[in-house]
Design a protein around this ligand. Structure first.
Ligand code: GLA
Length: 393
C-alpha cells in the first residue's frame, strides 16, 4: 500500500461508510534476520517486527455483511455475507486472509457479526515482508476487540496460520504470525519453533536495517514452498528423525551417500541454517559485525545453492551490498522471507543508510530495468488494538 495519510483513517472510514469506526488496529510486517525455511521443521528463527504495518478501522454494521475496503492500489471493494466465508480465487485472493481468519473464529464458536472494515497502511504487499500475516492478525484483533475478548499471542498466531493453510492454500510455518504478534521495539525475536519459546534479543543500536524489495514475485512460489516442506519431510524420514531439527551435521554426513542428492542439499541447508541462528545472536550481542556479516552471507548462499529459493534479482541485491562492503557501512546482507522474489535485508552502520540505498537502487536498475523499493526500517512493537482516533504512528 502507498502511504496514505494514516492519521485521517477514521475520517476516510466515515466518508466511506457514513459512520465512525469503533476500533483501530495496527499489525506490523516483519523481516527475518536469519533462520530461513526452518520454522516448519521446528528450527530456530530470528525475525524482527518492523515499523511498516497494516492498519485497519472497523465498526459493526448490523447488516449481516462484511463490507471490506482496501486502500491498496487496484483492489476493489467487496461485500460478503457473513455466512459465506469460503475461499476466494483470482483478484479476490487477498480476501482469504480476512475470511479465513473469521472462519477460524466462527469454527471455534465465536459469533462473526456484520462488519465494515477499511484496510490501509504502508507495508509493501506481496514483498516477502509478511503482509499476509499482518492482514490476518489485523482481522483477528478487530474481531477480538469488537467481541471484548481475546486469544493469547501464540493461540492467535496458530489460528492465523490455520487460516493461511485452509483458505490461502499456503502450508506456512508459524514464524510470520508470531513475529507480527510478539514483536518488541528495538529487538529481534529468537523463536524456538519446537516449543514456541520467544526470547527478545536487543539489536546493536548502531546497526540499521535496510530493506530492498525487488518488486518481483516469480510464479510457482507457493508450489515451490510446498515442495521444500515435502523435501524436508522426506529427508527427515530417510535420516530416521521426526523432523530435521533433530538431525545433526554428523548424522547427515554419515547418511549422505544413501540419500537422494537433492535431499542432502535441502537437509544441509536446514542443519547449517539452524546452527547459524545462535551464532548470529552471539555475534549481535558482542557487536561483532564481521562474524554477523559472514553468517548472513552463508545463509544467503545456502538458500541460493542448497535450498534453491533465491532468484537473480535477490542475488543481485545481496551481491551489490556485499560488494559495497565496509566502505558503505555494510555489515551483511541476505534474502529474507520465503524467496522467489520479495526482498533482501542489509544490515548497515547507522548514518550510512542513504548512501547504501542509492547504491542498491542504481546497481539493480542498471541490471533489471526497474528500481527496487529500498527503505530503512526499525524493530517495532507487536500488533495492537488502538483507539479509533489514534494518530498514525
Ligand atoms: C514464509 C512462511 C514462513 C517461513 C518463511 C521462510 O514467510 O510464511 O512460515 O517458512 O517463508 O523462512
Amino acid at each position: 500500500m502507498s502511504s496514505p495519510a494514516l492519521s485521517s483513517l477514521s475520517a476516510r472510514f466515515a466518508v466511506r461508510f457514513g459512520t465512525d469506526p469503533a476500533l483501530r488496529v495496527r499489525a506490523p510486517g516483519r523481516v527475518n534476520l536469519i533462520g530461513e525455511h526452518v520454522d516448519y521443521v521446528g528450527g530456530l528463527v530470528l525475525p524482527v517486527a518492523i515499523d511498516r504495518a497494516v492498519h485497519a478501522v472497523a465498526a459493526p454494521n448490523g447488516a449481516g455483511l462484511l463490507r471490506l475496503v482496501s486502500e491498496a492500489p487496484g483492489v476493489a471493494a467487496v461485500e460478503v455475507p457473513v455466512d459465506a466465508l469460503g475461499p476466494r480465487a483470482g483478484a479476490e485472493h487477498w480476501l482469504n486472509y480476512v475470511l479465513g481468519v473469521l472462519a477460524q473464529y466462527r469454527d471455534r464458536g465465536w459469533k462473526v457479526p456484520g462488519l465494515d472494515i477499511l484496510f490501509a497502511g504502508d507495508l509493501p504487499l506481496g514483498a516477502g515482508l509478511s503482509s499476509s500475516a499482518a492482514l490476518e492478525t489485523a482481522t483477528a484483533l478487530l474481531l477480538e476487540g469488537l467481541s471484548g475478548r481475546g486469544l493469547d499471542p501464540i493461540g492467535r498466531a496458530r489460528l492465523c496460520q490455520q487460516a493461511e493453510h485452509g483458505h490461502a492454500g499456503v502450508p506456512c510455518g508459524l514464524m510470520d504470525q508470531l513475529a507480527v504478534g510478539a514483536g518488541r521495539a528495538g529487538h529481534a525475536l529468537l523463536i524456538d519453533c519446537r516449543d514456541l519459546r520467544v526470547t527478545p534479543v536487543p539489536l546493536p543500536p548502531d546497526w540499521s536495517i535496510v530493506v530492498a524489495d525487488t518488486r518481483v514475485k516469480h510464479a510457482l512460489a507457493d508450489g515451490e514452498y510446498r515442495r521444500r516442506r515435502e523435501d524436508c519431510e522426506a529427508a527427515a524420514r530417510a535420516l530416521g528423525v521426526s523432523t530435521l531439527r533433530d538431525a545433526s551435521p554428523e548424522l547427515l554426513a554419515t547418511n549422505a551417500a544413501r540419500l537422494d542428492e537433492r535431499l542432502v542439499r535441502r537437509a544441509r541447508h536446514v542443519v547449517t541454517e539452524i546452527a547459524r541462528v545462535p551464532a548470529f545472536v552471539a555475534a549481535a550481542a558482542a557487536g561483532d559485525a564481521g562474524a554477523a556479516g559472514e553468517l548472513l552471507r552463508a545463509s544467503h548462499l545456502s538458500l541460493r545453492d542448497d535450498f534453491e529459493v533465491s532468484c537473480p534479482e535477490l542475488d543481485a541485491l545481496a551481491e551489490a551490498a556485499w560488494r559495497a562492503g565496509a566502505e558503505l557501512g555494510v555489515i551483511g546482507a541476505r534474502m529474507t522471507g520465503g524467496g522467489f522474489g520479495g526482498a533482501t535485508i542489509t544490515l548497515v552502520r547507522r548514518g550510512q543508510e542513504a548512501e547504501l540505498a542509492r547504491h542498491l537502487e542504481v546497481d539493480f536498475a542498471g541490471r533489471f530495468g526497474h528500481t527496487p523499493l529500498v527503505f530503512v526500517t526499525r524493530a517495532a512493537g507487536a500488533a495492537e488494538i488502538l483507539p479509533p482516533d489514534h494518530p498514525a504512528k
